[in-house]
Design a protein. Structure first.
Length: 500
């Protein structure tokens, strides 16, 4: 194939940033309150990507993330390579600016280091200036925590990335630029004698990509809009990373907000115009199909979704909804994911539970299937397959007070405090079931089950919803009511996602 089609990552890889080291490209993205965090993707051609690991084993301080905080945690990371190390800086809107670093992309990564404490400090990006030996950092502001927005603040930074050396200066004030609002997500570069800040504005659903340049880091900066929707169907194209190939081609990766699917990633060609400003896409409009980068052809690849759970282990594509605890998933000699039915007073609301194992909702119509066996004699113990967002719905198995296992299908609206039945419970005599969710256009979900007598539909259509900043998730879980003692487990096998 000589062309590629956008999006190149058709799932919620939010706020992407990218770097090249030799012939390899690496990408990271926001992970918010999920664990492990800071996903690490690898590519050789900027089109085909695989997930190779995570840079953040646990969110810290650990006590703050015992329970889900879906829209908090890791916001808009920046990925850089300096002094033979990989560096990732990110903002936690409630704590401040953190960084981790490692000699190799697969680690070992350092524990999070708090570079600057403060509320509302988000979207940080460092720059080590090889010409002057100075180090700098720029960041944006979250009004919800700081009362400040639409401005970028610059700092001198210790060359080891450990601290900021001044109180900071506003280097771009979006309120002074006619028509600009919600300026955020800056990415800092030095190119052709200019300091460049590539930063979006206008909001995630309707915004645009801006470029700023100045001869000195602290300004003054001039600005230009370099990517916007125009007459395309790519709303709000912005916030991402610029990367140059070994042959000298420039490319820009950014996201598009797509409701329940989250922020999918597009690849735009980039060149420098006669006025020495970057030109993105097709003269500033996003491309849908374009000639591939001048890079060696690679096999078709995408981040993994399917899982056989060999030895009870789950693949890199899975994340818990909060810091994980020992014993939630147990390893064993066979295949299949064995999840403990964790006791909880919040078993009626999946949104409040840390022990839901999730992965991203695919951005194209698909069918999700998994086989489930409930290995628990505990009355009320349950396990299932969920579509999880501000509203949620799940289908699975539950043991009744009479000892009979039933197929149950439940949901909760965004404003509801607990779930209720989406269909009548039905017996599952052998305590086994094959579950299926068909996800169509607009993330409209239809639920099915097969407890031994063929596939049957269950309940009405459920329209998946995102959280405020996070796309909807697929989830597996095991639960039991609050109480004492071990409540048994559930075993999931042959998790598959196939195109519809």
């Amino acid at each position: 194939m000589t062309t590629y089609t956008n999006p190149i990552l058709n799932a919620d890889w939010s706020d992407p940033d990218v770097v090249r080291v030799g012939d390899d490209f690496y990408l990271t993205a926001s992970s918010f309150g999920r664990v492990p965090g800071l996903p690490l993707l690898h590519s050789r051609d900027l089109v085909n990507w695989t997930l190779v690991g995570h840079a953040l084993e646990r969110l810290e301080p650990a006590g703050k993330f015992k329970a889900p905080r879906h829209d908090c945690g890791v916001w808009a990371p920046s990925l850089r390579y300096h002094d033979d190390r990989f560096w990732i800086f990110w903002g936690d809107p409630d704590q401040g600016i953190f960084q981790v670093n490692a000699p190799e992309i697969r680690g070992p990564w350092t524990r999070p280091h708090l570079v600057k404490e403060g509320k509302g400090l988000i979207d940080p990006c460092p720059l080590w200036d090889d010409e002057t030996g100075e180090a700098y950092l720029v960041h944006a502001w979250a009004k919800s925590r700081s009362g400040i927005k639409n401005r970028l603040t610059g700092h001198r930074m210790h060359p080891e990335g450990t601290e900021l050396l001044d109180e900071g200066k506003v280097i771009v004030d979006g309120d002074r630029i006619p028509g600009w609002f919600t300026l955020e997500g800056p990415k800092l570069h030095k190119h052709d004698g200019w300091y460049w800040i590539l930063a979006p504005a206008g909001g995630v659903e309707t915004g645009w990509q801006g470029a700023f340049r100045a001869r000195g880091f602290f300004g003054p900066y001039e600005e230009k809009v370099v990517l916007e929707q125009k007459d395309t169907d790519v709303n709000g194209p912005h916030q991402g990373g610029w990367v140059r190939t070994p042959s000298g081609e420039d490319w820009f990766l950014h996201f598009q907000q797509r409701g329940a699917y989250g922020r999918v990633v597009h690849l735009q060609p980039m060149h420098w115009g006669a006025d020495c400003w970057p030109v993105l896409g097709d003269d500033g409009a996003p491309v849908a199909v374009h000639e591939r980068p001048d890079l060696p052809p690679q096999p078709t690849a995408a981040p993994a979704t399917d899982d056989d759970f060999p030895g009870g282990r789950y693949g890199r594509q899975w994340q818990w909804t909060a810091n994980s605890q020992h014993g939630w998933a147990t390893q064993h000699s066979g295949d299949g994911l064995r999840l403990t039915c964790v006791r909880s007073a919040d078993a009626h609301d999946l949104r409040k539970l840390p022990n839901v194992l999730t992965q991203r909702l695919p951005g194209t119509p698909c069918a999700v299937e998994v086989e489930l066996r409930l290995d628990s004699e505990e009355p009320g113990a349950r396990a299932g397959l969920a579509v999880l967002g501000d509203a949620f719905s799940w289908i699975g198995l539950q043991r009744g007070a009479d000892g009979v296992v039933h197929v149950v299908h439940r949901f909760a609206e965004a404003v509801a405090e607990k779930e209720r039945d989406a269909d009548h419970p039905r017996p599952a005599p052998e305590g086994r079931v094959r579950l299926r969710i068909e996800i169509g256009a607009g993330a409209r979900c239809r639920f099915f089950y097969d407890s031994g007598d063929g596939l049957r539909s269950s309940g009405p259509v459920f329209a998946a919803t995102p959280w405020r900043w996070v796309g909807a998730l697929l989830g597996l879980f095991g639960l039991a009511a609050a109480g004492q003692g071990h409540a048994g487990a559930a075993t999931f096998t042959q998790f598959r996602i196939s195109a519809l």
